[in-house]
Design a protein around this ligand. Structure first.
Ligand code: S3P
Ligand code: PEP
Length: 435
């Protein structure tokens, strides 16, 4: 995030990780729960809401547009829905912070409003491609102005939207969700076809709020002209946050961790499969359902990992877990090859480049390819690495430091608060030596 908040961490080798680690609420589900509650009729109660900067930015944008949001306790929100057409325009820019999910979904939601909105973001978000949403939204009749396809986005109000059938060129739940949210305001039906199924939280949550929607893996279809009914939402723990602990306990000898009640939507758990292919010992216990989502306790024990050729089909199901996977690969015995993951280059940082530069600084042999990397595992040395303003890069190098021969200094870690407030404390509570 901003230069004024620069915060460096040092991660040192530790003996073993033990205990229960309760990770915070899911970021994707939290964003969506706030957006749908805001435009529903009636009051929705959200539990497990992620108190991260990304999801709080989404809540602040909706509050700026006239939605009353109460926060009776941490992770709890009561959202007084204003109905589908109840948002009121603001003459101030709407700040999405660091959140690609926030900006892209809100662009879809605001495309059908009567008022203009200007969506802005921080330095990292200001470099992220927005044509993937502005172009298909324009096909629906929206007008969104951007310079070279980058934020700020000026979403023009008062446009009449119509549904489209759209085949996504890249697997992206954010693009799919932006179009579905615009589809609520469109005449006729909006149908999205995906090249590979992506997380279906928007579809499930629309259904929970009473909007008729057809969906199956890789396809979703809805029509305009209905209403959303307020409902209660229980947000599961975020698998992407759990991921750092899955890798940490897998690579550090003697470790045994339990991560209770983690969301296990199959479109999110690709890393579980990848780590198991590498030899990891991760079990699921107490499997059940919470708020319509599969949840379970993840129990992870140290085992020696070996390199793999990552099956490309797993890529969309673990799209946010590659920085953590790269660390596992750097420690595993043998070579790991990742292909088909070019999307990593347009996240909060270019995650292939950020990891390659950082791992090389720690003495790891890694070769970048346009859509992945080839990593030769072995010992990790110490050194200094940059987070590149990217929360997942920062946390991944904190994991690398656990097994490094010397201390690993990670520059600029304040951004961790975007998705995982309290990471440092939780990590140290289970045995990290991070400060
Ligand atoms: O829909 C979502 O909540 C998300 C979708 C993914 O992005 P893409 O849609 O760009 O793949 C993911 O990387 C992001 O962290 C959250
Ligand atoms: C890519 C991510 O989020 P977003 O696109 O919302 O910034 C992430 O959290 O890894």
């Amino acid at each position: 995030m901003s230069g004024a908040q620069r915060l460096d961490w040092v991660s040192r080798s530790a003996t073993a990780l033990h205990g229960d680690v309760i990770v915070p609420g899911d970021k994707s589900v939290s964003h969506r729960s706030m957006m749908l509650s805001a435009i529903a009729d009636g009051n929705s109660h959200i539990r497990g809401f992620l108190e991260g900067e990304d999801t709080r930015a989404t809540a602040a944008v909706l509050a700026q547009l006239g939605v009353r949001i109460e926060a009776p306790s941490a992770g709890e929100r009561i959202v007084h829905g204003v109905g589908l057409d109840g948002l009121r325009g603001s003459n101030q820019p709407l700040d999405c912070g660091n959140a690609g999910t926030g900006m892209r979904l809100l662009a879809g939601l605001f495309a059908g409003q009567a008022f203009d909105s200007i969506l802005v973001g921080d330095e990292s978000l200001s470099k992220r491609p927005m044509r993937r949403v502005t172009e298909p939204l324009a096909k629906m009749g929206a007008q969104i102005d951007a310079q070279d396809g980058l934020p700020p986005l000026h979403v023009r109000g008062g446009r009449k939207l119509h549904g489209i059938r759209y085949e996504l060129p890249v697997a992206s739940a954010q693009v799919k969700s932006a179009l579905l949210l615009a589809g609520l305001y469109a005449e006729g039906s909006t149908e999205i076809i995906e090249p590979h199924p992506t997380r279906d939280y928007t579809e499930r949550m629309l259904q929970a709020f009473g909007w008729p929607i057809e969906f199956s893996p890789g396809r979703a279809k809805l029509e305009g002209g209905h209403r959303l009914r307020a409902t209660d939402v229980v947000v599961p723990a975020d698998f992407s946050s759990a991921a750092f602990f899955l890798v940490a306990a897998s690579v550090l000898p003697g470790s045994l961790l339990r991560l209770p009640a983690v969301g296990l939507n199959p479109r999110r758990t690709g890393l579980l499969e990848a780590l198991r292919l590498m030899g990891a010992d991760i079990r699921i216990e107490n499997q059940g359902e919470s708020g319509g989502e599969a949840v379970g306790d993840l129990v992870v024990r140290h085992t020696a990992l070996h390199g793999i050729e990552l099956p490309e089909a797993l890529v969309p199901d673990m799209i946010d877990e590659f920085p953590a996977l790269f660390v596992a690969a750097a420690i595993a015995k043998g070579r790991t090859v990742v292909r088909g993951a070019a999307e990593l280059r347009v996240k909060e940082s270019d995650r292939i480049a950020s990891m390659a530069v950082g791992l090389r600084a720690l003495g790891v042999r890694i070769e970048e390819t346009p859509d992945g990397a080839i990593i030769d595992g072995g010992a990790i040395g110490g050194g200094t690495v940059e987070s590149h303003g990217d929360h997942r890069i920062a946390m991944s190098f904190a994991v690398a430091g656990l097994v490094a021969r010397e201390a690993v200094t990670i520059r600029d870690c304040a951004n961790v608060a975007t998705s995982f407030p309290g990471f440092l404390e939780l990590a140290n509570d289970c045995g990290f030596a991070l400060g």
